[in-house]
Write a protein that binds this ligand. Structure first.
Ligand code: FES
Ligand SMILES: [Fe+2]
Length: 329
């Protein structure tokens, strides 16, 4: 059997849920980072992501587990856990095992909530976060729309999805776009920043051709956070959220917001049209069949019309621990 991808799961901050979709007292079973996990919110509002199996006799905490106050309580013998994975209560024990006080009984993930997203820090060696999630002032701003959300499960990995942005040649053959605006890209540590500005002539929703000044700015912040600001007729923000489910499967989410305009306005129609382009064959739907079936060529044969693919791979390499890095070249 061909191994499709030589690389492991990269580290970074990854989407594990939307803030407004996880209620207080809710316990959810999820599978991310090749592990069975539970995501929960206490009655006080704190959020936790821990391994799914109880440290006692291994019951699944997401099946019958309940929130009581600040604890996630196991359905089997009622041991209670906090959001950091510490067992804080064994209701029937006369003497609590001392180990439970010394260290967390369950593996847990560092979490932050920003941009209406619950972000988990994944690192294969369990290192603490060494950079932050970037916050967007547009999200939750009264002048900006609620998030418009899309999700796909795809048999690929975060690097393959991110590489698509620098693969200049495919825009014509997959997405039917004549020209991709030339952008300026800078790499700085874990950040990749690209900016494409210029006049573009676009077909408007009513079929009319119109020349507008467009500005497309994309930032990649580690393996799991990427966003694009599209300025033109309407300012739009797109969060690209990729979460590894296993080494060979991801959940890809697009969440859009744009300035509020009356539904009948030209600006509103243009914003909806731009979103439809990013979602449809001209966007991610065009890439999905390719991603689902391709392999990763470590040593691809490239030509002068290809984008800066190897430069991108050099940048992305930093999100693998060295032991795994050689394999991802
Ligand atoms: S298995 Fe969870 S409390 Fe016993
Ligand atoms: Fe693409």
């Amino acid at each position: 059997m061909v191994e499709r991808f030589p690389m492991d799961i990269p580290f970074g901050w990854f989407f594990v849920g939307y803030t407004d979709e996880l209620a207080k007292g809710e316990v959810r079973t999820v599978r991310y980072f090749d592990e069975d996990l539970v995501l929960f919110r206490t009655e006080g509002g704190e959020v936790g992501l821990t391994e799914a199996y109880c440290a006692h006799l291994g019951a699944h905490l997401g099946v019958g587990g309940k929130i009581e106050g600040e604890k996630l309580v196991c359905p089997f013998h009622s041991w209670g856990y906090n959001t950091k994975g510490f067992c804080t209560e064994v209701p029937y024990a006369k003497r609590i095992p001392p180990i439970l006080e010394r260290k967390p009984a369950l593996k847990s993930y560092p979490l932050v909530e920003k941009n209406n997203v619950i972000w988990a820090w994944y690192h294969p060696q369990g290192l603490e976060p060494f950079f932050d999630v970037i916050e967007h002032e547009e999200i939750g701003h009264p002048d900006w729309e609620e998030l418009d959300r899309y999700c796909w499960t795809i048999n690929t990995n975060p690097q393959e999805i991110a590489e698509n942005g620098v693969d200049t040649a495919h825009f014509k053959y997959v997405h039917g776009m004549d020209a991709v605006p030339e952008g300026k890209t800078t790499y700085e540590g874990h950040l990749r920043h690209s900016l494409a500005e210029g006049e573009r002539t676009l077909a408007m929703p009513n079929g009319e051709m119109k020349t507008i000044t467009s500005r497309v700015e994309t930032v990649q912040n580690g393996a799991g956070q990427k966003y694009t600001r599209i300025g033109g007729v309407t300012d739009t923000l797109l969060m690209v959220l990729v979460t590894p489910v296993t080494r060979e499967q991801v959940e890809l989410r697009f969440a859009f917001s744009h300035r509020k305009f009356p539904k009948e306005s030209f600006e509103y129609t243009a914003a909806r049209f731009a979103i439809a382009l990013v979602i449809g064959q001209t966007g991610v739907e065009g890439d999905i069949p390719i991603w689902n079936n391709k392999i990763h060529r470590r040593h691809p044969i490239l030509c002068d019309g290809d984008g800066p693919i190897m430069q991108f791979r050099n940048y992305f390499q930093q999100f693998y621990v060295p032991r795994l890095a050689e394999a991802a070249e």
